[in-house]
Design a protein around this ligand. Sequence first.
Ligand SMILES: Cc1cc2nc3c(=O)[nH]c(=O)nc-3n(C[C@H](O)[C@H](O)[C@H](O)COP(=O)(O)O)c2cc1C
Length: 191
Amino acid sequence: MKILILNGSPKGESGNCADIIRFLKRRRKDISFGVLHLAKTKFGPAALRKIKDADGLLFLTGTYWDSWGSPLQKFLEDATELEAREEIMGKPAAVCVLMHSVGGKSVLSRLQGVLSSMGFLIPPMSGVVLSLNSQMAQGNSKKSHNEDFWSLDDMDVLLDNLSVATACEVHWKAWPVDRKNFRKTWLRFSK
Ligand SMILES: Cc1cc2nc3c(=O)[nH]c(=O)nc-3n(C[C@H](O)[C@H](O)[C@H](O)COP(=O)(O)O)c2cc1C
């Protein structure tokens, strides 16, 4: 099972997202992880080859002012040509968002929406938000609500569902996509 992690953190290899990658590599020896740190690796033929080669993708990002990381936004803008392309149609994509306290769930849902619109397959229970505040709450001695908080253990479920989804052999249909004009200026007004 080959999973390509796309790290959208501006801090690349030195941030919290990079720590999650190290954690996953240590924990899941059954999975072969590839990594693209989008802070330094831009979208291009080499990145496309890695995306094509992977069984599934894991998008990973922190929350920055209620949004995903700027390297991930740049990647999505640059990779717009992938929309509805054979290489990604139905390719399973999971999402993990980090945050301190607020905004991460909205980032998760919006990112899943974008990925689905591009043509990726979003498996059930394949999106997790890991937060500083739930980590602190889980350290609390009153454990009665702990199961309701996302935790690092839930990354196993995310990865398992991603793996299961790679077994889906479905011929998805794509609606027509304008491949020539999407970057053109369209606003016209009389001077
Ligand atoms: C510029 C900036 C903006 C942030 N904005 C938010 C935010 O809106 N909500 C939140 O809960 N955490 C916010 N955080 C915390 C990060 O999401 C969190 O620390 C995350 O783990 C960062 O991952 P990284 O170290 O890989 O970049 C922000 C951090 C930075 C540096």
